[in-house]
Design a protein around this ligand. Structure first.
Ligand code: AMP
Ligand code: MG
Length: 402
């Protein structure tokens, strides 16, 4: 077992754990937000045929080459092609009325908008030659062989639309992993009941469940348990039968009732590490039982969220089969001074643009026990250990949290 790891080391250790990524097939309707398990390249061009970009007339430009103001060329309009029709041919010296999206008929290489032509009865009249063009060629949007979906892509509406444009009706995706969340602590009550003296409502279940859902992990409620080794061990074992990963909150510090580590050992588990050198989120431990990981976060809501978002997320993304497993990161300038701290600090906040600079603005609450700093938190700033105040304006690394 390792202890007192740098946050980065803890995150890497978790990200290196094996993740079972099974595949399944879903219809396009259910594919949004899922992770692709296949690479798809275009097999048909899009559009599949040359087509007209607007309502107008199609003809051969060569028929207008002799046109001049003195002797205009007259092309009689013969017929009409609507979108969805095919198999037309334009005879030499004639034009055809064509609608947006209709296939360009054989014999034509030019389209003009209907409002741009001069009519002479049922014929088009040209007093200057018209150059060939205004045709959308087959494959202009998507050529055969173009990569459309990569393995590990999170499927967006554009991916699904590209698959639909290929005539594909279902996609291979990775199965969504599930995580059982167990809340530990005798002070916890389920929302909806009248609060008894000395008790608090279990909000971490909902906090972590929401974060997991957003990442594509299916959260499951593992219930509330007291701080007793055998009770926690029982819940963890139930959780492991029911999910790909078990997450617990509470009972990971060094207090008398902090028995989560003992519970993992009682389940026959191996403790991978205890404690990360960071605040909040440092009181964390991770273990492995029968090849499945167990992440145990502090009961402090903010610490649990930061622990999950910073240390746990890359592994969860891997379990989902995603190509990019690290959260997006960027540099932002601190809006305010940050107090010195011997350990890495993670601050909850948001990005704010001021005078052309992207500033990191803290979403403040008091202490790490509160849920309030998470309200409006879309970025987490990593503040390196320092003996001195870190002044406003300093560039710091920030991780996307929402
Ligand atoms: P612990 O990590 O068990 O020492 O708990 C740290 C703090 O977080 C305590 O004030 C707990 O009451 C609180 N806490 C623990 N579990 C939860 C939870 N599920 N929801 C909200 N607060 C919690
Ligand atoms: Mg506790």
């Amino acid at each position: 077992m390792k202890t007192d790891l740098l946050p980065e080391e803890g995150r890497q250790l978790l990200a290196s754990l094996p993740g079972i990524v099974e595949e399944e097939t879903v219809g396009l309707w259910d594919a949004y937000g899922r992770v692709s398990a296949e690479e798809i390249r275009a097999e048909i061009p899009c559009p599949p045929f040359s087509r007209s970009p607007y309502d107008g007339y199609a003809f051969s430009s060569s028929d207008t080459m002799a046109a001049s103001r003195q002797s205009p060329v007259r092309l009689p309009v013969r017929g009409e092609i609507a979108a969805g029709e095919a198999g037309f041919r334009v005879a030499d010296g004639t034009a055809v009325r064509i609608m947006t999206g209709a296939p360009i008929p054989l014999g034509a290489d030019t389209v003009v908008k209907w409002e741009n032509v001069q009519m002479d009865g049922e014929a088009l009249l040209f007093s200057v030659p018209v150059a060939a063009g205004n045709i959308i060629p087959a494959g202009e949007d998507i050529a055969v062989g173009k990569p459309l979906i990569q393995r590990g892509d999170i499927l967006t509406s554009a991916h699904v639309a590209l698959a639909a444009a290929q005539g594909i009706s279902s996609l291979r995706v990775y199965r969504q992993p599930s995580a059982v969340i167990i809340s530990t602590g005798p002070e916890l009550m389920t929302p909806g009941k009248l609060l008894s003296a000395g008790k608090i409502y279990d909000s971490n279940l909902y906090l972590l469940a929401g974060l997991l859902k957003r990442q594509g992990v299916i959260p499951k409620n593992g219930g509330i348990t007291e701080d007793r080794t055998e009770k926690i061990a029982e819940r963890v074992q139930d959780g492991l039968r029911d999910a790909d990963i078990v997450i617990t909150t509470g009972g990971v510090s060094a207090g008398k009732y902090d028995v989560t580590a003992e519970a993992l050992v009682a389940c026959g588990g191996e403790i991978l590490f205890r404690k990360l050198r960071c605040r909040p989120g440092g009181a964390m431990l991770a273990g492995q039982i029968g090849g499945k990981p167990v992440f145990c976060f502090s009961g402090n809501p903010c610490a649990a969220a930061v622990g999950l978002l910073y240390a746990g997320l890359p592994y969860l993304n891997k379990l989902c089969g995603k190509r990019e497993i690290l959260p997006q990161q960027t540099q932002m300038r601190l809006q305010q001074d940050v107090k010195p701290c011997e350990q890495t600090r993670f601050l909850c906040g948001r990005a704010k643009i001021e005078k052309g600079f992207v500033l990191f603005e803290e979403t403040k609450g008091k202490g790490h026990g509160s849920v309030s700093p998470l309200l409006g938190c879309t970025w987490i700033a990593e503040i390196p250990p320092s003996r001195d105040v870190i002044p406003a304006g300093t560039l710091v690394t920030c991780y996307c949290a929402g």
